[in-house]
Design a binder for this molecule. Structure first.
Ligand code: ADP
Ligand code: MG
Length: 580
C-alpha cells in the first residue's frame, strides 16, 4: 500500500544512506505498481532502478495502434517523449527516463507488452551528505513517479498533456490545431502511422530495386556539427532531378514524390560546399526512421546500408582484404590480415569487407573521409608504378564486380576526380544543394555509353570463426560497459567506436556492450561471426531489446543496435582471436 512506502521513507529521514535498501520491493498506487528493483548504495553511485507499470485495461489505449510489434515500438517512443517533456517541464531532475533523439529506436525505456505499459526509470535517491532525505524521497517515489505514469499511461490524460517535443525550429511542423481536437492522442496515432509508412516505404525499396529515397521538401542539413535538429531558415529544401523522380503510394493513402536512388553505383559530384556530404550523411541516417518535423522523415535508406571510411590506427583481425590489398612487400598474407595499427587504405578495406561480411547490401562512401590511394590511382601513376609493385587495387576497379558478383551497391561522393564516371550507373551533380542527373554527360566525357560489367570476380571470403575464449576478457563480473556514444569498455580493453558514424544514440552503445556479452556465450570455436550475429538478430526480433539484457526486471536504458554496429565493435576489439 501507498502509505507503506511513504511512511517507510518518512521514517528513514536522517538515517544513514545505506538504509535506503529497505525500500526494495513492489508497491501498489491505485492502478499502478511501482517496483524498486535496485537501490543505490550511496548518493554518488549509479541511480536506483525503478519501474512503474499499469495494466492495459486501466491504461485504456486503443489496441489497433499498440498491438503490432512495430506499432508498439512507435507508440512506446511517443510515450517516452511525452514522459520526457513532462519531466523537463517540471524541472524534475531526480527521475531519469532517458533522452530521446531525432530517431525512433527500439529501446527499453518504455515497454508496451501484451499485459500493459511500463516505464523504466533511474532515480537518484536524495541525500544531505550521507543522510537520507526521507521526506523528499517520499515525494519523488510516491507522488512524482506516479504522476509521471499518470501523464504517460492513462490514455484519457494524453489529451491534457503537451504534445511531445518536436522540431524545435517549428518550421516544418504542420500546425493544424483545431479547437477541441484531442491534441496528444491524435499525435500518438500520427506518430504510429508515420512509423508504419516509413517502414512500408523502406520495404518498397527492396521490392523495386532501389537503395534509398529522398522525398521532395526534405530538409537535410543540420543546425550545426554537434546538433541533430534541422537547420533553420536558410535550409534549401530537397528537390529531385526529374529523371530520378519516383512516386510511392502507400497503403495509408499517403503519396510521396522524391528522388529514388537505384541499386548499382551512384556517384555524387559537385563543387566544394555544395551539399554533397550532407546528402550522404542523410542517407546514412536514413536507415533509421525519424520523427515528424525532423526534415528527414522521408529520407529512407535500405536497412543494411553501411557507411565506409578510412580509420587509420584501428586493429584488424583476420580480415580477407585481398580484393584490395595484395603482395605486400613484407609478404604478409592479406587473405587473413591482422594488424594492431591499420593504415588509411587497409583500414578502409577492412571496414568494407567487414560490412559486406555481415550483410551490407549498400555502401556509403564520402571522399572527405576516404584514403585516396584506396579509392583511385590515375593513369600516369599506373604507368610509372608497375601493377606488380603496387599492393593496392583501388576501389574504382572493384566497385562494379562488388555489385555484379556480390550484389553490393555503392553511393559515393567524389567531387575531386572523374575516375568514377566510367563505373557509375548514375551521376548526380549538386549545384547550390540542388541535384541534377548528369550521367549522360559524364559518360560522354569518358567516351562510353554505360558502365560495363567486366572485371574479375569479387570472391566471397571464407567465414571468420572467433575462438570460444575470444570474448572472455577474464573478469568474472560484468565485462562490457558503454562509455558514452563512442566507446565500449570490454574487460580491461577499450573499443573505439568514434568512427562508426551510424551509431546514433548512446543507448545503442549500451546495447552493443550487452550484445558482446551475449556473443561471448555463443562463440564455441565453430560458430562464425556472421552466424553468431544472425543469432543475436533473431533473438532481438523475437523477444525485443529486453532479451539482450537477459530479461532482467529492470534492464536499464538500452536501445537496439544494428548488426552492422555490433560487428563494428567486435571487429575493433583488440582481443579478438580467430580459430586457425
Ligand atoms: P560538400 O560535401 O559538397 O563540400 P557539405 O555537404 O559539407 O558540402 O555542405 C556544405 C555546407 O552547406 C554545410 O555547412 C551544410 O550545412 C550546408 N548545406 C548543405 N545542404 C544544404 C541545404 N540543402 N541548404 C542549406 N545549407 C546546406
Ligand atoms: Mg564534403
Amino acid at each position: 500500500p501507498r502509505s507503506n512506502l511513504a511512511s517507510t521513507l518518512h521514517n528513514l529521514d536522517g538515517r544513514s544512506y545505506g538504509n535506503y535498501k529497505q525500500i526494495r520491493g513492489s508497491y501498489e498506487f491505485g492502478s499502478f505498481t511501482v517496483f524498486i528493483d535496485r537501490v543505490q548504495v550511496d548518493p554518488f553511485a549509479s541511480p536506483s532502478k525503478v519501474r512503474i507499470r499499469i495494466n492495459r485495461a486501466e491504461a485504456g489505449f486503443p489496441t489497433d495502434i499498440t498491438t503490432e510489434r512495430a506499432d508498439r515500438i512507435a507508440a512506446a517512443d511517443f510515450l517516452f517523449r511525452v514522459g520526457n517533456a513532462f519531466l523537463h517541464r517540471n524541472d524534475q531532475r531526480s527521475i531519469i527516463l532517458g533522452r530521446p533523439g531525432q530517431e525512433v529506436l527500439e529501446r527499453t525505456n518504455v515497454l508496451i507488452d501484451d499485459e500493459g505499459f511500463e516505464a523504466r526509470l533511474l532515480v537518484n535517491l536524495p541525500a544531505r551528505g550521507r543522510r537520507i532525505l526521507g521526506h523528499q524521497a517520499a515525494d519523488i517515489l510516491t507522488r512524482d513517479v506516479p504522476e509521471l505514469a499518470q501523464t504517460m499511461f492513462i490514455y484519457s490524460n494524453l489529451a491534457a498533456a503537451y504534445p511531445p517535443a518536436k522540431d524545435q525550429s517549428g518550421k516544418n511542423q504542420p500546425s493544424q490545431d483545431q479547437p477541441g481536437k484531442n491534441q496528444s492522442s491524435d499525435d500518438l496515432r500520427e506518430h504510429v502511422q508515420l512509423h508504419r509508412d516509413q517502414l512500408e516505404l523502406q520495404n518498397h525499396l527492396g521490392e523495386e530495386g532501389l537503395l534509398a529515397f529522398i522525398g521532395n521538401g526534405a530538409i537535410l542539413p543540420r543546425r550545426s556539427g554537434d546538433s541533430d535538429v534541422p537547420m533553420d531558415s536558410h535550409a534549401v529544401a530537397f528537390t529531385s532531378p526529374s529523371s530520378l523522380e519516383h512516386t510511392f503510394t502507400l497503403s495509408s493513402g499517403r503519396r510521396l514524390t522524391g528522388m529514388a536512388i537505384p541499386r548499382g553505383v551512384t556517384v555524387i559530384v559537385g563543387g566544394g560546399y555544395h551539399g554533397k556530404s550532407t546528402i550522404l550523411r542523410a542517407l546514412e541516417r536514413g536507415v533509421y526512421p525519424h520523427i515528424a518535423g525532423d526534415g528527414r522523415e522521408w529520407v529512407i535508406t535500405e536497412p543494411s546500408a553501411t557507411s565506409i571510411r578510412a580509420e587509420d590506427g584501428r586493429a584488424v583481425t583476420g580480415d580477407d582484404i585481398s580484393p584490395f590489398i595484395n603482395n605486400l612487400p613484407s609478404g604478409t598474407d592479406t587473405r587473413a590480415f591482422t594488424t594492431t595499427n591499420a593504415s588509411g587504405s587497409t583500414s578502409q578495406a577492412a571496414n568494407l569487407v567487414e560490412a559486406v561480411e555481415v550483410g551490407a547490401r549498400s555502401l556509403l562512401i564520402d571522399e572527405d573521409t576516404s584514403a585516396t590511394n584506396f579509392m583511385i590511382r590515375d593513369d600516369r601513376m599506373r604507368a610509372l608504378i608497375p601493377a606488380d609493385r603496387e599492393p593496392i587495387t583501388p576501389f574504382v576497379d572493384r566497385i562494379r564486380p562488388l555489385f555484379t558478383h556480390r550484389g553490393v551497391s555503392t553511393v559515393l561522393v567524389a567531387g575531386g576526380s572523374s575516375a568514377f564516371f566510367e563505373v557509375a550507373d548514375h551521376v548526380i551533380a549538386l549545384d547550390a544543394y540542388v541535384p541534377q542527373e548528369v550521367t549522360e554527360k559524364a559518360h560522354e566525357l569518358v567516351g562510353m555509353k554505360s558502365a560495363d560489367d567486366t572485371g574479375s570476380a569479387f570472391a566471397t571470403p571464407r567465414p571468420r570463426i572467433p575462438t570460444a575464449k575470444a570474448l572472455h576478457p577474464g573478469s568474472k563480473t560484468k565485462s562490457a560497459k558503454a562509455k558514452g556514444l563512442g566507446q565500449v569498455q570490454f574487460g580491461k580493453a577499450f573499443i573505439d567506436l568514434t568512427a562508426v558514424s551510424q551509431l546514433v544514440d548512446p543507448q545503442q552503445t549500451t546495447g552493443i556492450a550487452e550484445a558482446l556479452e551475449y556473443l561471448a556465450e555463443i562463440f564455441d570455436d565453430q560458430t562464425s561471426l556472421t552466424e553468431a550475429l544472425a543469432e543475436v538478430e533473431d533473438m532481438l526480433d523475437a523477444q525485443g531489446v529486453d532479451a539482450l539484457t537477459g530479461n532482467r526486471g529492470h534492464p536499464g536504458h538500452v536501445a537496439r543496435p544494428r548488426a552492422q554496429e555490433i560487428a563494428a565493435a567486435l571487429n575493433r576489439f583488440r582481443g579478438l582471436r580467430l580459430v586457425d
